[in-house]
Design a protein around this ligand. Sequence first.
Ligand code: NDP
Length: 409
Amino acid sequence: MDRIKDHGRIMIIGAGGVATVAAHKCAQVSDVFREIMVASRTLSKCEAISRDIGLRYGRDIRTAGVNADNVRELISLIEKFQPYAVLNLALPYQDLHIMDACLETGVHYIDTANYEPPEKAHFEYSWQWAYQERFKEKGIMAVLGSGFDPGVTNIFTAYADKHLFDEINYLDILDCNAGSHGHAFATNFNPEINIREVSQVVRHWNKGKWVETPAIIDEGSIHFSFDYPAAGPRDSYLLYHEELESLVLNIKGLKRARFWMTFSDNYLTHLKVLKNVGMTRIDEVDYDGCKVVPVKFLKALLPEPASLGTKYTGKTVIGNIITGKKDGKTITRYIYNVCDHEESFKETGTQAIAYTTGVPAMIGAMMVITGAWQGSGVFNMEQLDPDRFMDALNKYGLPWQVVEHDPLP
Ligand code: NDP
């Protein structure tokens, strides 16, 4: 308890959909998160979150405007508020700057998405793994990818490895959004990051190497119909996702690892057209003497993901199908969560994609603040003990289940 008294101060950076949910969930767990600050680029968005939380739970949330690309500005805010941990829910572009500020001030770091340089649509862990020695020397933790995927999907794998299997051989992560938001086209999290992610060439791990296949909107993309619990059959596309990179290193015995995500024909058609006309470009274009980055301009036109909740109905179903050995037999298990858009909106004012990311972000911060996870260095989620995290998922709004399943071909 003393530890919580000393360390229950959290600084959330960002004020979008995911940060909104995380702030709500932190506010609900007042015995762990005793003082909360929401700091982001647009102060008015932080103030709106603080006002809503004040009305719902009667808690006083501190706010601040900060440019998280300015390390000196961050350091000065951290020194003023003195948090025990910083929960980075801004964009992947800010990861390294926020890690630098945490290193300088000796504060733990948690995020939900790995670093991506603004000028290149490419993400990988190498940039953040490069902080390993410096975080170790400073005696602080960086917990990478504490959202749902990455995040809960890594924890599901670690839990299966610890309790359900002697060896995991085949891993399929399936992410289904069977919800409907009522807009012709919108992305469920930051449009720029989302479009960069889904437009790339696909990779999956097979027999010790990465295999490349066409992007989801290109000829030859790989997809199949999977019958999701609570959602029914949905076309699911092979996609590269960041948790595959750490899981193939950390889960011994893995022969194949794939990630699948559902997309509607409507979404794919819009994306194809936007790409064909150049609206998904990430380089600067000269327009009437102004420099414009098309995908950033597109973001300005699309609905804010945090605002989609008002009309969102339906469910998300995200989980892992795992095949491996147990007591000499080959078995397959499906671990998954079902989350409802309308329920998420009722509780936090945002939709289920933000909810399924913001809840594990809060739980990751809770693991660090309560000392359930301790250590020095940079950690991916599957390197940390899954048990307390799995209990917390059940307790704080993302219940999961494990069922027997047929192996995927
Ligand atoms: P939003 O775009 O809704 O919110 C991002 C927030 O970060 C905005 O409030 C934005 O400010 C703020 N921000 C951007 N740049 C800066 C900066 N330089 N300094 C300070 N604040 C800044 O995104 P989401 O909430 O949808 O997503 C947040 C993160 O969660 C992203 O990194 C995303 O990739 C990740 N994510 C992870 C998932 C997972 O399962 N692991 C799933 C979904 C998302 P402003 O309001 O001024 O624009």
